[in-house]
Each structure stands twice: as C-alpha cells, then as structure tokens.
Design a protein around this ligand. Sequence first.
Ligand code: UD1
Ligand code: UDP
Length: 385
Amino acid sequence: MNRSKRWITYGTIMRPKVIFVAGARPNFIKVAPLLEVFREKRFFNPVLVHTGQHYDFKMSSIFFKDLAIPKPDIYLNVGSGSHAVQTAKILRTFEPVLLKEKPALVVVVGDVNSTLACSLAASKRHIPVAHVEAGLRSFDRSMPEEINRIATDRISDFLFVTERSGIENLKKEGVSHHKIFFVGNVMIDTLRASLPAIARSNVLKKYKLTKQSYAVVTLHRPSNVDSEGSLQNIVRVLRQIGSQTRLVFPVHPRTASQIRRFGLETIFKQIPGLVRTEPAGYIDFIRLVRDSSFVLTDSGGIQEEASVLHVPCLTIRENTERPCTVNQGTNALVGLNQKQIFSAVRKIMNGSWRKGIVPHLWDGRSASRIHTVLKTRRLCYNSTL
Ligand code: UD1
Ligand code: UDP
C-alpha cells in the first residue's frame, strides 16, 4: 500500500489505530504521558507494544506499576542480545504485528534499539512513523544511541523535538521544517505528574538518608562500564567523593554484570559511604535525586530530570546530546577527569553551583501538544488528498 493510500484510510477511520512502542527503561517513562493523553482524548485508538528489550521487574514492570501504565497489548519478548541480534529480533517480531494491527501510525520514543527497529519495520511497510525526542545529537557515533537517533530521524515522518538544538540539527541534516515540531519533553510530563507520589516516597527512610547529605550515582554507558580500566577510574573517583559524602548507587544490570566480570565486587564494597542498591523504581529514584546534593551520572534522561529539579548534575561523558541541560540547566560535562570532578564537587558543596532555568516547553504538556499535532495533521493530509 502506498503512503497516500494509507493516509486516506487514516482519514476515514473513526478512531485511527496508533501503535506506541516501548522497550527499555527510559521508554516506559516517555510513553506513560502519551498513552494517558491519547486514551483520554479518545480520538485515536492507542495500542502499546512492549518489545521486551528490558524485562527484569526492576527495569520494566515496576515502571508500569509506578506510573500506572496499562498492561502492554502486545509483548514481543525479544530479551537481550548483541545490537544486530536484538535489532533483528525486534524487526522480525514487530513486522507481523504491523500486518495484523494495520496501524495508521507508529510512535517511537528515545534512542534505544527498539526505537530504531520498530521505526524501520514500520517505514518499510509504508506506515508513517512519529519520533518523540527527535533531533538530539551527541556527534559521537561510537555511541550506539547516536546511530539509532540518526537512522530513526531519517525515516520518520513526524519529528517531535524536546529542545531547540534538535531543530537546528535536523535542519542541518536537510530535514524539511514541515516535519519538525517543537513540543517540549514528555519525560518532564511524567516528572511533573508524579511530584505528589514522589513527595510520599519513603525511600530516604529505607536507606537511612537525610536531605542533601548524599549524592546519587548512576552508570550504564558501555564507554564507562564495559572496560576494566574505566571502571577502575570510576572506583577511584567514587572513593574520593565517598570520603566526603554518602553515595547512593542503584546499579544498572549491565554495570552489575561488568563489575562481576572484572572481579571488582570487593573493591566496590570497600568504597566508603557507598550504598549499593538494585535499580530503583521511578518514584523512589526521582525522590532520591530530588533530595540529593548532586547527581553523578552518564544517563541521558537524568541530565534532564536533575535540571528540572534544580539539582546539580555532573555527567561522566565527554559530550551530551542534550546541550540545553548544560546551557540552561544544572548539568556539566566532567568526563572521567578527576580534577574537573573534584573542583565541581567543591563548588556544589560550598553552595555556588548554578540553580539553572527550566528549558522552554518543559512544562508537563508535551504529550498533549503531540496529540494536537497528530490530530491536526491528519486533517491537513486528508484535505490535500
Ligand atoms: C539500553 C539502551 C540505552 C539506554 C539504556 C537504558 C540500546 C542500544 N541501549 O542499554 O540507550 O540508555 O537501555 O537503561 O538500546 N539486562 C538485564 N535485565 C534487563 C535488561 C538488560 O539483566 O531487564 C542486562 C543484560 O545482560 C543485557 C545488558 O543488561 O545484555 C544490556 O541491556 P541492553 O538493553 O542491551 O542495553 P542497556 O545497556 O540496558
Ligand atoms: N531511573 C530509575 N531508576 C534507576 C535509574 C534510572 O527510575 O535506578 C529512571 C530515571 O528517571 C531515568 C530513566 O530511568 O531518567 C532512564 O534512565 P537510564 O539512565 O537507564 O536511560 P537513559 O536516559 O540514559 O537512556
């Protein structure tokens, strides 16, 4: 079926079916507000596909519980694997879903393998694709996510952008401005909607922590955790910071398995002040961030969340695809440079870190804007055919 025919069909069905794809931890947080708005407005018929890229309770189900996300309509159960194997499994299992469900649109979020695989399968079946969190670029192709971002944006029909840099990046790549929509950040929709539940969390009590007396650490980027050398460097940094403040470290499964693989369990246990935990649920995690004195991370989403919560964020990377968190928010890129890290920690401890401002349109209404665009564009397409 060619694309224009698809759009005619899309225009004549009372409630066009929209497939939302989620596979990994950050995806669940991003689809939550979209599903809520699309269900509530009753204009589209939303269907949730969970690829199974993440599958542990602490990496998947806990987010459905914490964020009241309805049970996925379809579960692909792909599990872990190399990039090629995981991407191929998703392609193979998602295509039959497209053939059976015949959606008018597929919505993918973020930059994980599930994002790329599902957008590719849909695009090859001439089904329009909307990419939420489009246009972000680290300009570092050694990051698997950068490849996923570039490829997904290239084949998507609707590019929903979180920050101005995304618009510039897409324009430089030759994308027509008709496809680009600056809507803000759905991750921040979730954060804002969850603030009352976050305020009720007992997680500080659970770990015997008091406000501002600890820092939160998260690490999972292959560049930081997949080599023994960089894990050893991280241990050195954590040892020094741990001698000044407590550290809460919810360990990602990739990181846990690399710590085991390199025989570093004991060394990690000996870091002073370190509270090592399982990956935290969303509500507890954001409460930990909200009340911490700072965050040390290599996560994408946490740079944004810390900025909105006005919590200092030190990012253990050389680059970020989210420059507004540095230019406007509370984030700084410190790499694994010990001098830079300790000078930043001193600044934070003596209270001279900037509070930052919240980036434009990170106001809790991004999912609603996306709904409006898709609803309106449907009418535009209809009238031009
Ligand atoms: C993936 C995403 C990354 C994102 C991160 C969020 C890609 C290429 N990477 O990285 O962009 O920042 O998720 O957390 O899509 N594992 C478990 N249980 C699980 C899931 C994974 O034990 O529920 C272990 C497996 O050993 C697996 C490893 O973690 O091999 C890595 O999982 P994978 O999804 O391949 O990549 P992440 O590092 O999680
Ligand atoms: N997160 C969580 N528990 C944790 C670590 C992270 O709930 O123990 C949340 C947090 O809100 C973060 C999101 O999961 O923004 C995605 O995190 P991750 O760092 O795994 O992915 P990235 O944003 O780097 O792709």
